[in-house]
Unconditional design. Structure first.
Length: 348
């Protein structure tokens, strides 16, 4: 039956069709060049762009004609639609390589898998090395998530490449909650942390707090701070600042400059800016102190007071004069001369 350009009637697709009757594909050529090839399996190869004007393109699922992939336009948005009526919950879109390896899968429940065919999150990235990381980049600045950092210890790692004065910030409703600077300072409730941990607000701890330092110190304004050293015994002067002790049994004794002998303070109170020099002075706990045992040897447990040697403590031999002038108790002995020993601060 010849085909009429205006259409034919009474045709039977089993016997009347446009195509081939052997195993060869149907090829359509224009200007001698192959433009379209249809094989016996139903595959269609197009040489060039595949276009549909005023309609859509659809590739049906040979196992379920209700399912398929449709390329179309929705208003001004190009749309790829996968599935159809009666299609199961596993329908989705796969982007593959020629080795049939799935690079990305999008399922009907709006989960996207990269490197996995079974995404269990909105965006699920799976892989090894660089293939398992997520990187967001804008104007030369980037944020990278790496859940399997190389090394002996495995940690989820967030890496930022932002600039010399920038860091990482977490916020809610555009209000900063956590800030990490490039210098390693962490701020909670502040965007400008001045210490390794800077909290602007109250802190509630339901467990233990373990501090590696040895004493509780407080910052005081001191005279000639540059010339003072840790371990010196300090007294209060007439202006309310501190200075080294220089007379025995001085009731103005305030404490010992913290930090001598490798013992650092565990807590430092009243840290603030001042026009005067400021130093941490131990008020409670264990501190290394300058002592003078030239007049009386010092034994463990002896009460210590100020001495005539500037910045040094001595054994309190006179109980009456010692009242109100005791610095604390000696934790080591010193048989004679001058030296440094650990002292348990207990002002009394």
């Amino acid at each position: 039956m010849p085909w009429d350009l205006t259409g034919n009637s009474g045709t039977n697709p089993a016997t009347n069709f446009l195509g081939t009757a052997d195993n060869q594909p149907l090829v359509i050529r224009t200007n001698g060049a192959e433009a379209l090839r249809i094989t016996g399996t139903g595959a269609v190869d197009v040489a060039g762009d595949l276009r549909s004007i005023g309609g859509s393109l659809r590739a049906s699922n040979p196992n379920n004609q209700a399912a398929g992939v449709t390329l179309s336009w929705l208003n001004d948005v190009a749309r790829i639609r996968v599935g159809g009526d009666g299609v199961g919950a596993t329908r989705g879109l796969d982007i593959q390589t020629t080795s049939d390896r799935s690079l990305m899968r999008i399922l009907h429940n709006a989960t996207v898998g990269i490197g996995t065919t079974n995404p269990i999150a909105g965006l699920h990235v799976s892989g090894t090395g660089r293939n398992g990381t997520i990187r967001i980049e804008r104007e030369g600045k980037s944020l990278q998530l790496n859940p399997n950092w190389q090394g002996e210890n495995r940690f989820a790692r967030v890496t930022t490449v932002l600039g010399s004065n920038m860091g990482l910030q977490l916020d809610t409703n555009e209000v900063p909650k956590l800030t990490i600077t490039v210098g390693g300072n962490v701020g909670i409730g502040t965007t400008n942390p001045q210490e390794k941990l800077h909290v602007d607000g109250n802190v509630l701890v339901t467990g233990d707090i373990t501090l590696s330092g040895a004493d509780c110190a407080e910052n005081f304004d001191v005279e000639e701070a540059q010339s003072l050293e840790p371990g010196m015994v300090m007294v209060i002067d007439q202006e309310g600042t501190l200075k080294p002790s220089e007379q025995p049994y001085d009731k103005r004794v305030a404490g010992v400059v913290s930090g001598a002998g490798g013992l650092k303070p565990g807590i430092v109170l009243d840290k603030q800016e001042s026009n005067e020099g400021r130093l941490p002075v131990a008020l409670v706990g264990k501190v290394v102190c300058n002592v003078d045992a030239r007049h009386s040897s010092i034994e463990v447990g002896d009460l210590l007071t100020t001495s005539s040697t500037p910045g040094h403590a001595m054994k309190a031999d006179d109980p009456l004069r010692a009242f109100g002038a005791v610095i604390g108790k000696a934790l080591h002995s010193l048989k004679g001369g001058q030296g440094i020993i650990p002292v348990l601060i207990a002002l009394q």
